[in-house]
Each structure stands twice: as C-alpha cells, then as structure tokens.
Design a protein around this ligand. Structure first.
Ligand code: CTP
Length: 393
C-alpha cells in the first residue's frame, strides 16, 4: 500500500513492450490519490491503447505537441507547471538519450525540458541496450542532472533473454515515487542501522539464531536514505535485496556485527539497532561436523556483546534507538530495556505481529511518553519512525 496523495503527476509512456505495465501503474496511481495526466510518445501508441489509459486516468491522453486543446498552444508549459512530478515509465533507451541531451522534439520530451518539478524515469529495455556504454553514459548524465532513476530490475525479458533492463513493477514504482516526496530531514547526517538475525555456529553445519527476516531493519535503512541521510546497513544473513544507495556490510555472528558497528560508528549521528542479535554463542564452536551420538551433547554458552549498550555507553554516543520484540508485557519490558541501555528511544513491537511479516505495529517509547503507530507496511512505519527521530535530534 502506498501513502495517500493529492498530487498531480504526468505519466509519460515511451515505446517499449513494458508500456503494457503503464496501465496497471495508472490504476495504482489513481487509487493512491494522484491526479494522473498520461502523455504518450508516438512509439508508445504501438504498444498500448490510449483508450485504456484514458479510461483508467479519467483524462484524455495527450500525444502531440501541435494538436493540443490548450488555447495558447502552450501545452508543454501548462502541463509541466501543473505537475508535482513527471514519471516516464517505461523510459526507452532512445528517450533516455533524448533527455540526456536536452532534445525536445515531441510533447513528452518538450515538457520534460520545460518542467520545474522533479523528474523520474523507469528504464525498460533489452539487456544489451542497457549494457551499452552510450546508455550508461546517458544514465550517469541524467543522475548528475538530478533526475531520479527507478530500477531497472534484472530478470526474464519480453525478448526471451535474461538480464538487466526489466521495468520495475507498478507497486515498486509507486513506493519509489513516494520516496521522492519524503522530507529530507536527515540531510548531511550519517545513520548506522543493524538488521536481520545473527547466526552463532555450533559446528560448520549447525548454529543458533533468532527469528528475524530483516524486513524492518531494511525498511528503516531505506527510510533514512529517503530522508537524505548517508546510510550504512550492517546486516546478518537475510534473503532480502538491500535498498539502493545504502552501503551494506554483511556479517554473520554477533561479534562480527559488533566489530563492524564499532568500526563505523565514529562519524555516525544516529544508531538504529534493529537487529535481532543472538544473546549467546557457543563457547567453543567445533571445527568439524559433530557426529550424532547416543547421548545428547551439552552446549556451553557464553554471553555475546550487547552492541547497543556498548554504543550508548561511548563517551560521545550517537542518538541511539533500540528495538524490543516482546511476546508479553510489551511496554513494560521495553521501558526496562530503554532504561538499562540508557537510550533515548526504544521501539516496541509484538513478536507475534511482526516477525517475518510485511506489516507491523510499533510503539515508540521515549523520555516524553509513548506513541503508537497503527498497523501498516514496514516502510510506511519506518518513514514515520525516521520523522520522529529527526524531530528528537
Ligand atoms: N541488542 C544488541 N546486542 C545484543 C542484544 C541486543 O545490540 N547482544 C539490541 C537489539 O538490536 C535491540 C535491543 O538491543 O535494539 C534489544 O534489547 P535486548 O534487551 O538485548 O533484547 P533481547 O535480547 O530481546 O532481550 P530479552 O532476551 O531479555 O528480551
């Protein structure tokens, strides 16, 4: 689910097979509250029908620079002034090249050049076209010009080949679009986030771990980046794709996570400890696989370092945020943890509601009381949490 909007968007569709996905994107944008004006290039009309997009957007689709209904003949100026954002999806290699060079030879390219609002592109093309130095040069230029590039993804392509160049799915594009509008409350700040579980080996094939998908931590890292921060994500083993534009450090054990955090913490203004760190490790992990015997072995466990407590106890600690996943007495346990670790903010959640799920419900507990964030997607919660942290700094 995306955030509710009352914003105007120009959805530009260029020629490529992924243009069929623009119909679903239009539907989702309208559902999310955007007023959508579809503008198609001539080539796009070969792939998707204007009638479909008109029905979904509720507005006539525009294609031509010269046959506009605007009385002053200035459709490109009027449209670009009315828009809060322009999204080109799909953006063909040809259109990216035009944008990079400032060409304006049809309605869509002209209104991109005439815009005074953010512009985002969702490239879609064959993997060979994507890989060409010319395309990559153009993309680098677009990024340098402040144009947001969403995707592409890697995977099976319409031509049957496998590789980079698939347009992002409509749901993902909506999330990327929401990110553009997040206030840059953490601009210039460095944020360190830990996420996922840690894994403590017993022998080369067995280990002790905690239940954690990493979804909340990855969402927090992403939300911090959206808010303008430089983000370092130190993550235990997860099956997730890290958010873009975040520096990722992969670790396995609590000790490795601790060492990575201590190395990176110095210049960080904020430390958000979302990881489900294993409290104990096996005193002496076996070097070879342990063989099954008739009697069960006894494992001697030793305490792992408490990373958050160690960071909070530094002479000049960053702003520390802890997470408390509890099964009962949620706020009471979380308050105790906050006091024990001397941290300004702790985020409590119920294990049964949160672990492994895409949604959660959070309780923010700080010096000035509690605030409950109703059940929502983890990225939506993470954005509110980041706003909250920014307001406390
Ligand atoms: N944490 C940490 N290092 C540890 C254990 C936990 O940094 N060795 C961090 C977690 O990332 C989280 C918070 O501390 O932000 C959780 O506090 P803690 O009391 O350690 O939680 P649990 O281990 O779940 O405590 P308990 O088992 O007593 O519920």
């Amino acid at each position: 689910m995306a955030q509710a909007h009352s914003k105007s968007i120009v959805l530009g569709i260029t020629g490529g097979i992924a243009a069929y996905k623009a119909a679903e994107l239009t539907r989702l944008l309208v559902k999310a509250g955007y007023a959508v004006q579809v503008v198609m290039t001539g080539a796009a009309a070969h792939f998707v029908g204007a009638a479909t997009l008109q029905a979904l957007s509720g507005k006539p689709v525009l294609t031509q620079l010269w046959d506009s209904a605007a009385g002053n003949g200035m459709t490109h100026i009027d449209l670009s002034r009315a828009a809060d954002v322009i999204l080109i999806a799909p953006a063909s290699a040809n259109f990216l090249a035009k944008l990079a060079h400032g060409l304006a030879d049809d309605l869509l390219s002209t209104l991109c050049l005439a815009r005074n609002c953010p512009l985002a592109v969702a490239p879609a093309m064959n993997r060979e076209m994507w890989d060409k130095p010319a395309t990559q040069r153009n993309l680098a230029q677009l990024r340098q010009d402040g144009i947001a590039v969403f995707g592409p993804a890697s995977g099976e392509q319409a031509c049957g080949e496998l590789g980079m160049g698939r347009m992002l799915e409509a749901e993902t594009l909506l999330i990327e679009l929401d990110a553009l509008f997040q206030p840059k409350r953490l601009a210039g700040k460095r944020v360190l986030v830990t996420a996922g579980p840690t894994y403590e080996p017993i022998d080369p094939v067995r280990g002790i771990t905690n239940r954690s998908s990493g979804k909340m931590g990855y969402a927090v890292a992403r939300a911090a980046w959206e808010a303008g921060a430089e983000v370092i994500l130190i993550t235990g083993p997860t099956a997730l794709t890290p958010p873009p534009n975040v520096r990722v450090i992969q670790v396995t054990t609590a000790q490795e996570m601790r060492d990575a955090v201590m190395r990176e913490i110095k210049r960080s203004a904020i430390f958000i400890s979302v990881a489900a760190v294993a409290d104990y490790r096996v005193a002496q992990a076996a070097q070879q696989k342990m063989k099954k015997r008739d009697t069960a072995p006894t494992l001697t466990l030793v305490l792992n370092p408490d990373i958050l407590a160690e960071v909070a106890a530094l002479p000049k600690p960053p702003f520390c945020v802890g997470f408390a996943a509890e099964t009962e007495k949620i706020t009471a346990h979380a308050k105790t943890k906050r006091a024990q670790k001397s941290i300004p903010l702790i985020v409590a959640n119920r294990v049964q509601d949160a672990v492994g799920q895409d949604e959660s419900e959070l309780i923010l507990i700080g010096a000035h009381g509690m605030q409950t964030l109703a059940r929502a997607e983890k990225l939506i919660l993470a954005r509110t949490l980041i706003e909250h942290i920014a307001s406390l700094l």
